[in-house]
Design a protein. Structure first.
Lengths: 115, 116
């Protein structure tokens, strides 16, 4: 595997389910990100990790819970989601967090549908 | 806080025609500027970026963009469109946050269709 991988690619879950999204980067980067991509809206930064430490939480509801066990892996744990949480969830990584001139490498995303 | 404006959501060109995708940002302080491309069912891929130095930046697949401070613009161009250029294009700008942190602010994106 190369670059940034995400699993699963598609996920359908009910509002009472608990599921997790997984991201893995094979680039030796130190920073990892979760973004939410909704139709006709700008990409929304959700969480940032640098050297496994969470450095940002952009006012994301607590039903989204990130986890970064090491610099290569990032998870997004989901529980009691709402239909408006349906979106494409993108993971990205970069060499470091700052400066932001470092290129971010994106995974293919997980298409989440909440029913 | 920075904002990015990509007017419209969809542009259609003929194969071989000029591609022009507009991007304006809000800050008077020159930020870092990026163009990303997203092909169907894929994540975003960097096309090009401006950090410092030459204001005309060349990227992959024949794309280039010019940073114009006076116009707070970073428009993306390609002289001759190819069918494979059909994708969604995102302009992004760096934004400084409290505590010395930084993040990327993305525009809403522009879907490019190339007609044969």
């Amino acid at each position: 595997e190369t670059g940034v991988t995400q699993t699963p690619r598609h996920l359908v879950m009910g509002m009472t389910n608990k599921k997790s999204l997984k991201c893995e980067q094979h680039l030796g980067h130190n920073a990892m990100y979760w973004y939410k991509q909704s139709a006709k809206k700008p990409l929304e930064l959700m969480f940032v990790y640098n050297f496994k430490e969470q450095t940002e939480n952009n006012s994301v509801p607590s039903r989204f819970s990130p986890e970064c066990p090491n610099s290569s892996h990032l998870f997004l744990h989901l529980h009691t989601l709402q239909p408006e949480d349906s979106a494409l969830y993108l993971c990205a990584s970069s060499q470091d967090r700052i400066p932001s001139s470092y290129e971010q490498y994106f995974g293919p995303g997980t298409r989440l549908t909440v029913t | 806080a920075q904002s990015v404006t990509q007017l419209g959501s969809h542009v259609s060109v003929s194969e071989g025609a000029l591609v022009l995708l507009r991007c304006n940002y809000s800050s008077s302080v020159p930020p870092y500027l990026f163009w990303y491309v997203q092909y169907p069912n894929q994540g975003l891929q960097l096309l090009l970026k401006y950090t410092t130095g030459a204001t005309l930046v060349k990227g992959i697949n024949g794309f280039e963009a010019e940073f114009k401070k006076s116009e707070t613009s970073f428009h993306l161009t390609k002289p001759s469109a190819h069918m494979s250029d059909a994708a969604e294009y995102f302009c992004a700008v760096s934004d400084s946050m409290q505590g010395g942190s930084e993040k990327l602010v993305f525009g809403k994106g522009m879907k490019l269709t190339v007609n044969p």
